[in-house]
Design a protein around this ligand. Structure first.
Ligand SMILES: NC(=O)c1ccc[n+]([C@@H]2O[C@H](COP(=O)([O-])OP(=O)(O)OC[C@H]3O[C@@H](n4cnc5c(N)ncnc54)[C@H](O)[C@@H]3O)[C@@H](O)[C@H]2O)c1
Ligand SMILES: [Zn+2]
Ligand SMILES: [Zn+2]
Length: 374
């Protein structure tokens, strides 16, 4: 079918909203009419070239919508089902999936190849060329045709615009705190970077019972908003937070530090480890340039203070279980999704949305689709 999509043709370029062709579902695939797509910082890494991918690429990996077509062999979904996209597919059968680590599903290896899971071919074309959909999704288009492993069925009572957030940022942030950092009641937790991901690490840390939730963000409005999501203290820089933590923890420092800055640098890792207590854990969720291999840290402290430095993808969560669970928490009033979206954009306004993110204006920007986009 012909529709519109936001395509990136060159590193450093703008998203070009133009006509694209989205193919019909093949074996084990469905077509989904999306209601919304979040503007995650991970798509910005495509623009900067920090995440290397062949171009052209259609961005977007945080969406929700309604299944409109079902391909042969699909067993888990039918037309009319409401779904959230999972930015890592969960096949349910590979060693990590069957061991309860769907966020590490072996299908993740093909995320940036654009080759469909079912037969290795491409579902999207623009200007007569194959286009790589970000994370095998490409939610910067009102229609996606994806493998059933890449979507999770949800309760149709949940507004789709709210549900979209759980496709990446919410689950990633929440799980970084509750699962990967394994925050326990009474702990002191530091979140570096209170954006679309970090704000949900704040919510996760607070829900897990952290006594002190310390937020670091250079943007004043993010610091203010983080108090609404459970922060107890906020600082503009790691240096300020480090000095204050000495008092706040009687010199012991934070049990857990979670890095969710938009464009992570090597020095952020050392900053996090300096704020981490003896026997504590620093979690690296933020991403930077794939080419950046410069991290300096005190191996002396790492070893002798037995600190734990841990990477995290998709918040260590099993999307099939966690996405419905988080939406159920939302329905119960225990997870704030309503205040995460700062600004809604039309697809045509996507470059403004990313400019607002760069300028620190959004917790999460979100594209909402209307018939005009289709
Ligand atoms: N590991 C994963 O599975 C995963 C999933 C999604 C996103 N990400 C990554 O997480 C990061 C955050 O994504 P996002 O969508 O929340 O981005 P965002 O731009 O919404 O938020 C980043 C925040 O970091 C703040 N910041 C910038 N420099 C800082 C510093 N030195 N100290 C403290 N705060 C700083 C910014 O002001 C902003 O509020 C990105 O790198 C993204 O690619 C990782
Ligand atoms: Zn994301
Ligand atoms: Zn798997």
């Amino acid at each position: 079918m012909k529709t519109k999509g936001a395509v990136l043709w060159e590193v450093g370029g703008e998203w070009s909203v133009e006509e694209i062709e989205v193919g019909d579902p093949r074996e084990h695939e469905v077509t989904v009419e999306l209601a919304a797509s979040g503007l995650c910082h991970s798509d910005e890494h495509l623009v900067t070239g920090g995440t290397p991918v062949e171009l052209p690429v259609i961005g977007g990996h945080e969406g929700a919508g309604v299944v409109t077509k079902v391909g042969p062999g699909v067993t888990s979904l039918q037309e009319g089902d409401h779904v959230v996209t999972a930015f890592i597919p969960a096949c349910g059968q590979c060693p990590p999936c069957s061991d309860g680590h769907q966020n590490l599903c072996d299908l993740g290896a093909g995320l940036l190849t654009g080759q469909s899971i079912s037969d290795g071919s491409f579902r999207i074309q623009a200007r007569g060329q194959n286009v790589i959909p970000m994370c095998l999704l490409g939610t910067f288009s009102p229609y996606i045709t994806v493998h059933e492993a890449s979507v999770v069925k949800i309760d149709p009572d949940i507004p789709l615009e709210v549900a979209a957030l759980v496709g990446c940022g919410v689950t990633t942030g929440w799980g970084s705190a509750t699962r990967v950092a394994d925050v326990r009641p009474g702990e002191t937790v530091v979140i570096m970077g209170a954006g679309g991901v970090g704000m949900n690490a704040v919510q996760g840390a607070a829900a897990a019972g952290a006594k002190q939730v310390v937020v670091i963000d250079p943007v004043a409005s993010k610091r203010e908003r983080s108090m609404q999501f459970g922060a107890t203290h906020t600082f503009a820089s790691a240096a300020e937070a480090t000095a204050a933590l000495v008092d706040l923890t009687l010199g012991r420092m934070a049990h857990k530090v979670i890095i969710t800055v938009g464009d992570i640098q090597g020095e952020n890792v050392q900053e996090a480890l300096t704020m981490t207590a003896k026997g504590g854990r620093a979690v690296v969720t933020g991403m930077g340039s794939a080419a950046n291999v410069d991290v300096k840290l005190s191996l002396f402290e790492l070893t002798l203070l037995q600190k734990d430095l841990q990477g995290a993808i998709f918040g260590g969560a099993n999307p099939r279980a966690e996405i419905p669970a988080l939406l159920s928490l939302y329905q119960g009033g225990q997870l704030n999704l309503d205040d995460l979206v700062t600004t809604k954009y039309k697809l045509e306004e996507i470059n403004q949305g990313y400019q607002d993110m760069r300028d620190g204006r959004n917790i999460r920007g979100m594209i909402t689709y209307s018939d005009a986009d289709r």
